[in-house]
Write a protein that binds this ligand. Sequence first.
Ligand code: CA
Length: 438
Amino acid sequence: MSAKALVASLAHPSELVAIVKYLSLPTPPPPKNVSPTYTLCYKFLNDTSRSFARVIQELDSELRHAVCIFYLVLRGLDTVEDDMTLPLKRKVDVLQHFHEYLYQRGWNFTESGESEKDRHLLVGFDAVIDEFLTLSPRCQEVIADITKRMGHGMAEFAELESPNPKHLISVTTVDQYNLYTHYVAGLVGIGLTQLFAASGLEADSLDTPHGLYLANRMGQFLQKVNILKDWLEDLRDGRVFWPREVWGKYVKEVEEFLEEKNRDKAVQCLNELIVDALELVPDCLEYMSLLTNRSVIRFCAIPQMMAIATLATFFNSERVFTHTGTKIRRGLAVKLILNSDNLSSIQATFRQYALAINRLNHQRVNPAKKGLVFQGKEAGGFLAVSRVCAEVLRKCDQKSLVRADSGFVDGNSSGGNVVIIVALVAVAIAVAAAGKYA
Ligand code: CA
């Protein structure tokens, strides 16, 4: 924890308390009597991911190693996908065959660009393969299957012809946007769900079409938030993941969002895509309500909570178009981590951020401030945000489906939020109508 993180939380005493609490928690002890390749894999894990390393290591032991190896395999695949120094033909070939390399002892990859930050993972990939081959046949099958599907999906997008030669990747339609996020993240949710069930920590009933559907949506939610947040960084790398079908309604070329005079349009486009991401949240909440193992719940909830907190930070903000690498305060992240233990505090966090986004939505179209100019597209945007926030709140208030034996308390089923939802929708309609006839 850096001093900078502490300073950033100075004005938020509850975050400072959370930081102190978090720092005093014991870190999980490293397992004893393990092979050198096992140790190396956890070194790779800690090197490649700050955020996931800890939650993976806090998983119950039945699941921990399979998820660690799954993570490293996909991280390797992603390093190939992101490497813009590889010739396209070679890249596509490696992506499409990556699942086969998992069964080839000794395979490694040394062709990554020198500046690829996870290059060393691929150079030492034979250790990951050795550990992959120690997993149960079912876990191997799940990991290899997801790797195959993801690798083919990434290859498909790498080969897409971009209408603008400056862009190496350019997503055109909303369908493509949904498909890409399915390939690179929805599939992770699906594979994890299958590993949860295979480990016996979660019921087999999770690994059914409905459970996998929800898992896919959960992965897509995380990926969409990243795609929204990283717009500027991706653009600089020549990658445009925001679908042209959406931004094309606001500007001719996506670079126009960089210009000061187009900031309003840029922010409206961002808000539209935030609504699209928020549509996934009720299914994410439903997925988490199906889980029973405490370590699995935390593992799933932490990134989800960070994602909705991030959306609340970026909603209606120009920051996405002017700054790269903005993150939620570390102190806030820690506070969220400490609140991820049970379904009712997870639901409370989602409720809090849905209300925060809704509040920003009202401020944004405050008729007094805007001189009652509020019509057409803007009114539609306002209603869309109100509606999706109400959907999230409604889901937060559903009685949790947690089993009695898991020791979690039911989510409070207060009628208070029903009143809030009704009020939200009523106000939304009234404001929109006022705008129309102003
Ligand atoms: Ca990537």
